[in-house]
Design a protein around this ligand. Sequence first.
Ligand code: GLN
Length: 289
Amino acid sequence: MNRLDALRAAIRRLEAENIDDARRDAKFLLGQVLEGGEVALISGPDMPLKASEEVLLERFLQRRCAGEPCSRILGWREFWSMTFRVTEDVLDPRPESETLVEALLEAFPDRKAALRILDLGTGSGCLLLALLSEYRDAYGLGVDLSEGAVTIATENAQALGLGSRVEFQCLDWRDGLGIPENDAERWDIILSNPPYIESDAIPKLMREVRDFDPKSALDGGEDGLDAYREIAHLAENLLKPQGLLALELGMGQAGQVSEILRAHDLSPSGLRRDLSGIERVILANFPKK
Ligand code: GLN
């Protein structure tokens, strides 16, 4: 079978399983098995697939047909043009989460600022590490309940050459973070992509999410907002007076999260939409005294 026929057959198989964006995934997975990557598809569409390529493609397609996302099949995912290792222990980094990185870069334009950045529920570390790659003199702490996530985030930091400016700790943010004694120990930025799905909605999620992302990274309690209440409460003790809180939102949560923030003396100061037009990130700070 030549490369183009292999692509067509792969698209048909993924479409038959109702995989969203079957064409993109088929092309991507085929690109991963071909020596020379996706470009090889264009440069040599009628070259025959090697036996080893065929075997690997078959293995990849079977897994994708069973709902496994490409990132988990390959064990890595690109986020902010950086490569992150991903496993069953971490939420698959999503393109819409890049909105949070963009929002912070706009809010803190000085890339040389020695910012102290705290990431609550860091997962793969993608948000924190993307920010540290932009703010060359910043220091970061990422915390997560999951030991497995902390291991992956630490590996990612090392692989990306950011290990000296970041620490990852396995702890429960509700009681594991000490209360700073002075403003210098507080954080310039506290960010989080917390679990925000309503518990009852989890069984109805796409199988790529429901069956492959860690439940603890999805389940936001009965109304999906538990983590926002906890984080708003924490920010009172942990955020610098001039600091900024940046939170990813689930669809339609901006109003309720704003109310939670206000109840903790924080002023919502900006909303950012993702590329699909969904209000995806909220920023908040303490009102100026
Ligand atoms: N963004 C994920 C989804 O909607 C949910 C992740 C989260 O709860 N933070 O599939």
